[in-house]
Design a protein around this ligand. Sequence first.
Ligand SMILES: C[S@@+](CC[C@H](N)C(=O)[O-])C[C@H]1O[C@@H](n2cnc3c(N)ncnc32)[C@H](O)[C@@H]1O
Length: 360
Amino acid sequence: MERCNASLQVAIIYTSDDYLSKYFVYISGEYISAAKAEIDTLTRLSDCNTSVHWDGRIGLVDSQKNLTPFFLERAALVKEAGVLLSETDLHDDLFDRLSDDILIDNIRPGETFSVRTISENGELSINDRLAFESSLGEHIKQVAGAKVHLDNPQARILVVFTRKCIRVCKSYASILRPMLRDRAPGRKPFFHPSMMNATLARVMCNLAGVMPQEVVLDPFCGGGGILCEAAFIGARTVGIDLNWRLLKGSKLNLSSVGSSFNVIQGDVRDLPVNGCDCIVTDPPYGRASSTRGAQAILLVEDLFEKADSILRRREGSICICGSSDMKLQNLAESKGLTVSQVIRFRVHRGLVREILTLGV
Ligand SMILES: C[S@@+](CC[C@H](N)C(=O)[O-])C[C@H]1O[C@@H](n2cnc3c(N)ncnc32)[C@H](O)[C@@H]1O
């Protein structure tokens, strides 16, 4: 009987709300609203009770399940993710508040570790940060019996200073981001300047909630930048393009991913497909891609009119990227599509791009 009570007590301690259930993500500064939207969609896909609160670029993830491996493998704009070990008010003493038990549970004796700091508001000087890193390093060495190793540590302790508080996290670096760098358009077997870069292509696939085995259509597939990322997620891909040379290139690129795909020479105004789960696409704009005289906006209008008959998944199943002067939101609404997200970002002085998530 006594034994039973003891194990129950341990169980209660380990499932307490402010310990095992708090995680974090740290997003890249490139496209902040896209990064937040990406996390939003991925938490919905994960199908567990999860909420995320943002404090600058750090997202505090309250979840019954540890989604860290999923974020590190799937999200294009998550730089790091992991477990939140402590959260201390700026005026409190971090060393008093940081529990020894939490350090001992997360860093084993003899394990190597590093401490890095990020000052979200930029108010901490580099010297203050270095001094803090070395005193926390010393503290962890004494409490957990671990060894400092800055180049290739087994445990990475990340400390994020914001305006309100200091957060100590056990952090893991993105698995996907180095792979996305290797999958840049110029490193693919076939390259064309109109191709979508791998990071944006992955963000768009995530915003459309692409899942393994789903059928993803890009009706302006060009060299297949978007379809390659859908294929890496494990989707089956269908590409259509007017340009035969680009289609041959997309075939080469998709073959190198090694998943099942179909590419068809065709015109978006006469699409030979239905039964798709999502459409992820970027219509032609600028000088890099030709429309053979057609107005790009009219091509998109045609696609929006047909989306309902092409798609079997209804909610948030279209992700489209275009320049802001195409006014895609107005067009989508006028065709009866549901606009769930509009994300704008400046590419250069004259060009603002928009990513829209739509439902049919
Ligand atoms: C911006 S590029 C697409 C890039 C591609 N989605 C990617 O992921 O790399 C636009 C493409 O639209 C194609 N296109 C232009 N007019 C078209 C039409 N009427 N029907 C189908 N494709 C068309 C162009 O040949 C070009 O490859």
